[in-house]
Design a protein around this ligand. Structure first.
Ligand SMILES: *Cc1c(COP(=O)(O)O)cnc(C)c1O
Length: 415
């Protein structure tokens, strides 16, 4: 295939620089991953040319016979992966998928019980800066001192506030979730249940974490995190909500679906149905556990007591007297990418919080295993404890490059 950007040398050279950055760095942002060439190809396909508003078989445009087959396959494969009764693969990303779920189940002014943001919840779960927070009334539960969700507190909040919806699913939470318990509480107060599995969808699809889909009213996800598909969203729900969900997505919130992305979702789902993907998900968890041990051995405080999934939230402030921002900057200089993050009830602000968040999905895709995890933890510790030593940080960066060179990324790709 000719370089798609050969007619635009400026974009082409920027893409090449970004490719080099991705190749040479250690990508530890837990919401990122590297898609297969098959997914990339579907994303860059001619399916982007087609308007297909509506559902397969019931479109507002002609010429949808092949697009229909593509979208139906994406839906069928998602159903198979998660055991879903109904699937809508059209949401453009995770945030619009969540908004569509709210629109499907709620009226303006309704109360939603979700997790406190500093305890791992996502912006779209009612952060005051979002538009959603001006439409719905969000109230919050928290995690307990032992790192589990405080189910008793959740139940007490549910009884007090009588929410229309109870929301679980997080961006910075590292433990397993007891969906059965939450469903019981929701039933007790007559609330709908929603799980946002954006981060852990790949682990759930592989059978490596509990699956809320058979239990909950609505489950939303992104397709580009552990699920390793194109950037996009998806909603799964019980049959009884199918109409409301479809209507909320289109015409409620969106216009024409991005059918090239839907083709890429179908490709990613078929990859996730293969045995190699189960092996991948197991390794993600194994790698995260090794990092947990290595950091604990070096005196780091792991929030929530440890990890059951792909990520770790580390309180670097109380462990090493360095802020999340300082750690992020130092690690960037060492070729290691992760993000600063609030810790539960963080006394510091979001731009310079007490913690860092890191995860293993992307480096596991590159083929890294236990031995590399030990090395990576050692480098992170070295960079954090010598954050002002530019020479040391540059030296780690060189060593990071030597390591990543041994795990080629898109070896034949060139822009
Ligand atoms: C990433 C994430 C989202 C948002 O997804 P976008 O694709 O960035 O819009 C929503 N919810 C959770 C829990 C997430 O982690």
């Amino acid at each position: 295939m000719p370089s798609p950007t050969s007619s635009d040398p400026i974009i082409s050279s920027l893409l090449q620089l970004e490719l080099t950055r991705q190749r040479q760095g250690l990508e530890l942002i837990p919401s990122e991953n590297f898609v297969s060439l098959a997914v990339l190809e579907a994303l860059g396909s001619i399916a982007t040319n087609k308007y297909a508003e509506g559902q397969p078989g019931r479109r507002y445009y002609g010429g949808c016979e092949f697009i229909d087959e593509i979208e139906k396959l994406a839906i069928e494969r998602a159903k198979q992966l998660f055991g879903a009764e109904h699937v809508n693969v059209q949401p453009l990303s995770g945030a619009p998928a969540n908004l569509a779920a709210y629109v499907a189940l709620l009226q303006p002014g309704d109360t939603v019980l979700g997790m406190d943001l500093s305890h791992g919840g996502h912006l779209t779960h009612g952060h005051p800066v979002t538009f959603m927070a001006s439409i719905y009334n969000f109230v919050r539960y928290k995690t307990a001192d032992d790192g589990t969700i405080d189910y008793d507190n959740l139940r007490a909040m549910a009884i007090e506030h009588k929410p229309k919806l109870i929301l679980v699913g997080y961006s910075a939470y590292s433990r397993e979730i007891d969906y059965t318990r939450i469903k019981q509480i929701a039933d007790e107060v007559g609330a709908y249940t929603m799980a946002d599995i954006a981060h852990i969808a790949g682990l759930i699809a592989a059978g490596e974490m509990n699956n809320p889909v058979p239990l909950f009213d609505i489950v939303t996800t992104t397709t580009h995190k552990t699920l390793r598909g194109p950037r996009g969203g998806m909603i799964m729900c019980k049959k009884e909500h199918a109409k409301a969900v479809n209507k909320a997505v289109f015409p409620g919130l969106q216009g024409g679906p991005h059918e090239n992305v839907i083709a890429a979702k179908a490709v990613a789902f078929s990859e996730a149905l293969r045995p190699e993907f189960k092996e991948y998900a197991r390794q993600i968890k194994k790698n995260a556990k090794i990092l947990e041990e290595e950091f604990k051995n070096r005196g780091y405080k792991i929030c929530f007591g440890g990890t059951d999934n792909h990520l770790l939230l580390i309180d670097v402030m109380s462990s090493k007297n360095i802020t999340g921002q300082e750690a992020e900057v130092a690690l960037d200089k060492a070729g290691i990418t992760l993000n600063k993050n609030m810790i539960p009830d963080d006394p510091r602000g979001p731009m310079d919080p007490s913690g860092i968040r890191l995860g293993t999905p992307a480096i596991t895709t590159r083929g890294m295993k236990e031995e590399e995890m030990k090395q990576i933890a050692a480098w992170i510790d070295e960079a954090i404890t010598s954050k002002d030593d530019e020479i040391k940080l540059a030296d780690i960066k060189n060593r990071v490059k030597e390591l990543t060179d041994r795990f080629p990324l898109y070896p034949n790709l060139k822009y």
